[in-house]
Design a protein around this ligand. Sequence first.
Ligand SMILES: NC(=O)c1ccc[n+]([C@@H]2O[C@H](COP(=O)([O-])OP(=O)(O)OC[C@H]3O[C@@H](n4cnc5c(N)ncnc54)[C@H](O)[C@@H]3O)[C@@H](O)[C@H]2O)c1
Length: 246
Amino acid sequence: MRIDGAVTLVTGGAKGLGLAIASHLHARGAKVIVADLNEAALADLPQGLEPRCFDMTDPDRAVEATRDICTRHGKIDVLVNNAGMIYSEAMINIIRPEQMMHDLGRFRRCITANLDSVFIMTSAVVEQMAMRRTRGVIVNISSISSRGNEGQTAYSAAKAGVNAMTVTWSKEFGRLGIRCNAVAPGFIDTPSTRTALSPSIVKHIEANTPLRRLGQSDDVAKAVASLIDNDFINGVILDVNGGLVI
Ligand SMILES: NC(=O)c1ccc[n+]([C@@H]2O[C@H](COP(=O)([O-])OP(=O)(O)OC[C@H]3O[C@@H](n4cnc5c(N)ncnc54)[C@H](O)[C@@H]3O)[C@@H](O)[C@H]2O)c1
């Protein structure tokens, strides 16, 4: 799919990796719509990115917004499912005997934020692609944690689910001319990573990464662009992690 001129919806694109992906695709000529629930961050978007405020876990709002974007722009060519939330909680925490086990409510919230959102947005967008008989590309943002990261039961499960949906959809949507792939970033130097990880853990990750550094947001944005660009890549989970194994 030519990036130049492609109508592209980036979810969770108001900051962090999503903003880097949106900016990169816009610089390459895409018409980029940024969907996010953070109204303040949307108000600060760089020029040329079109803001849309809604919650990607709300199916009614997702369908309404997707229809509206298609009416305005004629179609959606590319969906980047980036909205999500890094979440860490151990399954069992023996130094907290009053509540040793993982909280079920927080498990469900993490699954809703990282897995339901991808299902909901893909369903709304692919319906429009199928009805309008347009070809398309879906890129899901997974994570290295999909392999099972200690201390991240819910997040790892959600991202493993994203990988499974990616492969399933590559098979189901292929006959409609819609490709589906994922990018699985390792540890990227974003504010969310710096908030989630202590400086000593960051040092440990860098030391264990063959390339001896965290990834940059642009490394992920370029990977997303290559999956949009190459018309014979389908059903791939592309690792962007500097060779780190967890
Ligand atoms: N930062 C990393 O190192 C890293 C590594 C691997 C994977 N990821 C994945 O990349 C994606 C982006 O991560 P980030 O670090 O940039 O996070 P971030 O918290 O900086 O940004 C996420 C954005 O998504 C939005 N968002 C979250 N849930 C939403 C919802 N339900 N509806 C609408 N908007 C919503 C937030 O408002 C925010 O603007 C996530 O899916 C994350 O799991 C990040």
